[in-house]
Design a protein around this ligand. Structure first.
Ligand SMILES: Nc1ncnc2c1ncn2[C@@H]1O[C@H](COP(=O)(O)OP(=O)(O)OP(=O)(O)O)[C@@H](O)[C@H]1O
Length: 633
């Protein structure tokens, strides 16, 4: 990339080289030739710049361009895409990705000076269309139609109107007939975000927001995620896409005075754009008894998968079907999914949990739908469509979907599943949900396994060293060990047991099939038999002891039916005070891929006994007792 500053300024500001405006959504944009990508850089204060990257660009060159546009020294800013701070290589950044530009070393409150464009008005220079969809999914076909209608209407002077209700900034966009066709919610006007028009300000984009595990500015892509996950339009989430939208109506707060104002200038924002659904009420205004069971179930299934923390009645639109169908019938439409998929397990809010429809068993169709859900495929799809989504959110999706699938297959109804996911409050204290307790258990087992493994590996090394020592002494120790093990163990060892490593793995295999104490004592004895010959072997004994102890717990956990599966683990009396943080009991983000895979295995094994206990009404009490949490069920 050339460093010709004039050319840079000309080319990149706001950012200049806009390939033909692909607004209006009626023409499908071609994917960029490999290496060339369009990105949207959003500052912490909401300003959005569009840029074209080519293959040679790296984080530094992009920041240099932004330095010219925004007057922020490159060393004082970071470029962020979801989880990633982009240090140099930009190959991971996909076409249409929104990136966040943050200033380092600053108190990132909304009162810090805005990273505002200097000199020329960058927004004015943006020759792209008024509404551009970020993403290529076929699922945005409906949104493209809407965008086309809206742009047509704007051309004849039909402008959007602000939405009064809700805490965030929102605008109804209209068609040529003046009808509302979409609701647009800019990410920098969310509650707490710097340009919120309703007085709920105080944070910069990228800081914890209304929910601790949903950053300010990140509700927009969650709205889109909920729509994309609603396969076959099962729960009727309205079409939703992330857009870059430019208009004069948007709010910009004055950083110094704190006053809000419409700038009268064209402002570009990143926003969610959702189809407007004509409706008569929301669920808080209407008798819930008329709500169809299947609608509640379908919305509930979605809410569970995405761990919706905000399913209050106001977020269910109610449309009367009197004109089109039976008298008194209504359709429900779920909206406002900005607080789903938090970055760790949180307390969901499921308004439907106490509605009688939730206690009715799932229908066959619903069970089939749940059975077909594939959380790994869903995660891959979201990674593809929403490159900014964080891995921790996807882990929440995986956990909750597995939980739903197993629980439904077991025979639990929607209300039971929702209850198992919900926290309880005791004496003003928040307690982990049953789902969270299962996750805590799964992590504990993981930690025990890791301890066992590391000690085993240490034991392995000792055994190898032992074999080497034996070789050096021209002593065929391994055959002695093998002989002694043959005598001592009820299990036969084959010819592979020719060195310490193989002997140990044989021991592990044998241990894995043994249920009782006999092998443990035998193996222990075996090690003891060679102890005289090499002191190192005592460590092998210890390591085997740990393997056995770990496995005993594991088998107990996996097979327990009657005796309380929580009793067999090591941390019998942990109090709630020892649990990390009050609003995040389980950290899913800090596991590497291998640990996460093992964690999921542990998690699955723990589910069945938890469901059994839930059915028998014991689980919560027993789990809470074990964790030292008082709870009256
Ligand atoms: N898809 C839609 N179709 C029709 N009306 C909608 C739609 N989405 C939102 N609304 C209306 O706009 C209002 C505000 O929207 P929404 O609840 O999504 O905003 P919010 O600021 O996130 O609200 P809250 O404070 O409840 O979280 C809703 O109460 C509803 O009346």
């Amino acid at each position: 990339m050339s460093l010709d500053v004039d050319n840079l300024v000309h080319t990149e500001m706001a950012v200049a080289t806009f390939e033909g405006p692909e607004c209006c959504g009626n023409k499908r944009r071609e994917r960029k030739p490999s290496g060339r990508r369009r990105i949207f850089v959003q500052t912490e204060t909401g300003c959005v710049l569009r840029m074209e990257l080519d293959r040679s660009d790296n984080a530094h060159t992009v920041k240099r361009k932004l330095q010219l546009a925004l007057n922020v020294p490159t060393e004082e800013s970071s470029l962020i895409c979801g989880d990633m701070v982009l240090k140099n290589d930009l190959s991971v950044v996909r076409n249409d990705s929104p990136l966040l530009l943050t200033r380092n070393f600053l108190n990132r409150s909304s009162s810090t000076p805005c990273l505002s464009p200097t000199g020329r008005d960058l927004q004015q220079r943006d020759r792209s269309g008024p509404i551009e969809i970020l993403g290529f999914s076929n699922q945005f076909v409906k949104t493209k139609e809407l965008v086309k209608d809206i742009v047509k209407a704007m051309k004849i002077g039909i402008e959007p109107i602000p939405v009064r209700s809700g805490l965030g900034g929102a605008y109804y966009f209209r068609n040529s007939h003046g009808e509302n066709v979409a609701i647009v919610k800019p990410t920098d006007e969310e509650p707490y975000a710097p340009n919120n028009p309703k007085g709920f300000v105080g944070k910069a984009l990228g800081q914890p927001g209304l929910k601790r595990k949903v950053w300010v500015g990140e509700t927009g892509f969650r709205e889109v995620a909920a729509y994309l996950l609603d396969h076959d339009h099962f729960a009727s989430v309205p079409s939703t896409a992330l857009v870059k939208v430019t208009h004069t109506i948007f709010n910009v707060n004055d950083r110094v005075s704190g006053c809000m104002h419409q700038s009268e200038k064209q402002i570009s924002k990143i926003a969610s754009l959702q189809q407007f659904i004509p409706h008569d009420f929301d669920a808080s205004d209407y008798g819930t008894s008329s709500f169809p069971v299947s609608a509640i179930h379908r919305i509930g299934i979605l809410d569970i998968r995405i761990l919706n923390t905000d399913r209050h009645a106001g977020n269910l639109l109610v449309r009367k079907l009197d004109g089109v169908g039976g008298f008194g019938q209504v359709a429900l439409v779920p909206i406002d999914h900005g607080l789903c998929l938090p970055e760790s397990l949180e307390d969901p809010y499921f308004e439907w949990i106490h509605w009688p429809q939730s206690s009715i068993p799932f229908s066959d169709d619903e069970l089939d739908y749940i059975d077909c859900l594939d959380p790994l495929r869903d995660s891959d799809m979201l990674r593809m469509e929403l490159p900014m989504i964080r891995e921790a959110c996807l882990r929440v999706l995986v956990i909750c979907t597995i939980f739903l699938k197993e629980a439904a297959a077991f025979g639990l109804c929607l209300a039971e599943i929702g209850e198992m996911m919900s926290r309880e409050f005791q004496g003003g204290e928040e307690e982990p949900s049953e789902l969270e307790i299962i996750c805590i258990e799964a992590r504990e087992i993981l930690e025990q396994e890791e301890t066992s493994t590391s000690e085993t590996e240490k034991g392995d090394k000792d055994v190898i060293q032992f074999a080497i020592d034996c070789e050096e002494q021209e002593l065929d120790c391994t055959s002695i060990i093998e002989e002694k093990l043959k005598v001592a163990s009820p299990f036969q060892f084959g010819s592979r047991g020719a060195n310490g490593r193989n002997l140990l793995s044989k021991l592990e295999e044998s241990a894995a099939v043994d249920e009782g104490e006999e092998l443990f004592s035998s193996a222990d004895k075996c090690a003891g038999l060679v102890q005289d010959q090499k002191p190192n072997v005592s460590k092998l004994s210890m390591s085997m002891r740990n393997i056995r102890l770990g496995e005993r717990s594991w088998q107990h956990l996996g097979t327990k039916q009657n005796s309380g599966y929580l009793n067999g683990t090591s941390s019998g009396n942990r109090s709630v005070n020892e649990l990390p943080g009050s609003s995040s009991f389980v950290n899913l983000a800090d596991m590497d891929v291998e640990e996460w895979t093992q964690f999921l295995e542990n998690f699955r094994v723990l589910l069945y006994p938890a469901f059994v206990d839930r059915k028998s009404g014991n689980i919560s009490q027993r789990q809470r007792e074990r964790l030292g949490i008082s709870c009256k069920i």
